[in-house]
Design a protein around this ligand. Structure first.
Ligand SMILES: [Zn+2]
Ligand SMILES: [Zn+2]
Length: 108
């Protein structure tokens, strides 16, 4: 990924195309839907990657709503970093539980 792609995800054009795709797909993962599974999702995926066809970057026909699991399958190169992210989130959750425990304890 170069800066050109990173910057694109911050443009208004992308934000609105993304929103349109989500609404069109009813916030449901289209890959899950093909398997008959209803999964709410908020990731909008480029069917033809940006780097392969820059002109289709905001083309609704090239966008689909997808869940994180299916997205990782589409981007095996990203799977490792996403796994690390999941671990990180898990660690944060644990800390939050500890915090709640202490807060309750002090109230007593
Ligand atoms: Zn899915
Ligand atoms: Zn993608």
């Amino acid at each position: 990924m170069t800066d050109k792609y990173i910057r694109f995800y911050h443009t208004k054009a992308w934000q609105s195309a993304r929103k349109l795709a989500l609404v069109r797909d009813h916030y449901l993962c289209q890959e899950c839907l093909r398997e008959g599974i209803i999964t709410y999702a908020r990731i909008v995926h480029h069917i033809i990657p940006l780097r392969d066809n820059w002109s289709k970057r905001c083309d609704l026909d090239n966008l689909e709503t997808i869940c994180p699991e299916h997205h990782n399958q589409d981007h095996p190169e990203k799977a490792t970093s996403n796994k690390q992210e999941a671990k990180h989130l898990h660690a944060q959750k644990k800390r939050a539980d500890v915090f709640v425990f202490h807060a309750n304890h002090e109230l007593k």
